[in-house]
Ligand binder design. Structure first.
Ligand code: APR
Length: 239
């Protein structure tokens, strides 16, 4: 019987809301070099550029809305009676929050947050940051960075995530290419504790063969149907 559910989301769940994915012909990593804008060394080389890159992404969220896939997860979280539904996202956007999902774990950080390198304060931020930004906690200038987990840095809340994974009976992975670890290893972790694992993507991901099965198509269509079936029958919808 299914009790606890862990959901991992990636850029694909937000694609239909108009937020570009990272890896595709028109993806973000075709336009910017990862080394320049998604590593700490890149930040040290050109802080103004990196602030500017994330400012643009942050401002672009203003008119983006949650889509039926985000809303389906909120419904699952609200209506699932048999256990917990934990949402872990690799996304730095705020669409799970706009959909009113609760306690979303942003393992790769958040655009709507800045962090102080000096005192480690991190908090909500919806403006434009710069090398001149002042920390609201320690008052120092020039020590704020985007609150994003860059390549080579440790994702947030890994202990909490592993705790949830170790207690889940069902693991759902939605819209992620399965090439970035540790998230790409969550399916294997969940399988090892006996969970059923289902992937939602346009096509099998790099770790697609680790899943019990996949539902391939737009997440805005496959996920609401899956959630409806799960809530009404307690059973998994299969292809
Ligand atoms: N429905 C379902 N899946 C989709 C949809 C859609 N409408 N549109 C795209 N996808 C799938 C693609 O097929 C692809 O497998 O979403 C996936 C997006 O993959 P990536 O761009 O690699 O995004 P993600 O897996 O979230 O990236 C992981 O890499 O660059 C880092 O930190 C960044 O969190 C990010 C991490």
């Amino acid at each position: 019987m299914i009790k606890n559910i862990v959901v991992l989301t990636g850029a694909g769940i937000s694609a239909e809301s108009g937020i570009p994915v990272f890896r595709s012909e028109t993806g973000l990593w075709e336009q910017e070099r990862v080394e320049d804008v998604a590593t700490y060394d890149g930040f040290l080389r050109d802080k103004a550029k990196v602030h500017g890159f994330y400012n643009k992404m942050r401002l672009s969220l203003a008119d983006k809305q949650a889509n039926p896939a985000h809303l389906a997860l909120t419904r699952l979280q609200r209506e699932w009676q048999s256990g917990k539904v934990t949402i872990v996202t690799q996304n730095i956007d705020n669409l799970h929050e706009k959909a009113q999902s609760k306690d979303v774990i942003h393992m790769h950080g958040e655009l709507m947050s800045l962090r102080c390198e000096r005192c480690d304060y991190a908090g909500f931020f919806d403006g434009e940051s710069s090398v001149e930004s002042v920390c609201p906690a320690c008052g120092h200038k020039g020590c704020m960075r985007p609150d994003i987990v860059w390549f080579g840095e440790t994702p947030y809340e890994m202990g909490v995530i592993e705790e949830h994974l170790s207690q889940c009976n069902l693991f759902l992975s939605i819209g992620t290419s399965g090439v970035v670890y540790p998230a790409a290893g969550f399916c294997r972790f969940a399988k090892a504790v006996g969970a059923q694992c289902v992937e939602f993507n346009l096509e099998p991901s790099a770790v697609g063969s680790s899943f019990d099965y996949g539902l391939y198509g737009k997440a805005s269509e496959t996920l609401p149907a899956f959630v409806e079936h799960l809530l009404s029958t307690g059973e998994l919808l299969r292809p």
